[in-house]
Design a protein around this ligand. Sequence first.
Ligand SMILES: [Fe+2]
Ligand SMILES: [Fe+2]
Length: 357
Amino acid sequence: MLTGSIVVLSNRPDRDRALADAVGAVSECRLIGLDERWAEIDDVIGIIANVNLTEPEARRCLTLLLRRLQGRRMPFIHLVRNSTASTVREAQAFGATACLSSLLDSNTVVEALFRQIQPDSTVSELVVQRQIARTGTLINSMFKTAATGQIDMQEVEQGLDPVLNAVKEGGLTGWLEVVRAHDDVTFQHCLLVAGLTAGFARSLGLSSKDSHLMVRAALVHDVGKSRIPPEILNKPGRLDPDEFTVMRTHAPIGHEILLASGNCDPITLAVTRHHHELLDGSGYPDGLSSDAIADPVRLLTICDIYSALIERRPYKKPLPETEALRILHGMAGKLEDGLVAAFAKSISTDCRHPIAT
Ligand SMILES: [Fe+2]
Ligand SMILES: [Fe+2]
């Protein structure tokens, strides 16, 4: 993943907000005006300057930055309204590595910059990596606070758009590939379920509001695991019956954590408590069956089981996509057939490449 930040220097920062947002989807971004004194430049890995170099203030500001960089060369895109031989020459004299039209759309500028910074990765891949890192930080923080207390639902909110945008931008495959490379089992599971849920919601054509609801539920559904002893949670092998009894408590414990935290919607509460319930009544913790299990819960249960099947664990190989889907189809009576078929469709249409194992 990229570390460091991009400086977007502008003589009108208010007008370059969209450009800064497009950069911010890929890496840290600092949108800066011409009065900057450059006190902190250590982490700068690239520059986009949308300034007029004939203006003394713009020249002063850039000169100061370059002096502070002490000859450190880096990708530097200068945006110009009229590209002429002399404006290009002037920009190059300031160290610009490319001169582009300021009329180009933000994504084209961002692509040109990151092609120089990380030529081996596409912008989509970089966006996915960044969103996974952001959501992962949030999940780690959530599990840490939930272990002994409550969670901040406002903080969870910040994880919804990164998941939805990354799956939209890079497809489900990109999300699954990067997440499955992660070693922490719980981190991997929460992010996989969230990505699968986002992809499924997209494939079903759910509204933005419902998609956000579902991804919120996916991110927190296993928060009760934060209070399961690590020797059981991370056991490198099958749980014995006693351990499994303890593990099953994560669903009601998660529900209690959310109730105590407040500000939690009924769907997230239901999903957290009931995502291990099965239509034939053989699930836990309440042995619910058929109509007692709400649609959002049924949907998430499918993503949850599929995720567990394709996860990479120290003690088991991940199942290939086709095998995992075969197992889901074999759970007729426990899972809703129509939803399993819709899920399989969402996987096959969204995953542009088969999942490597
Ligand atoms: Fe669970
Ligand atoms: Fe789960």
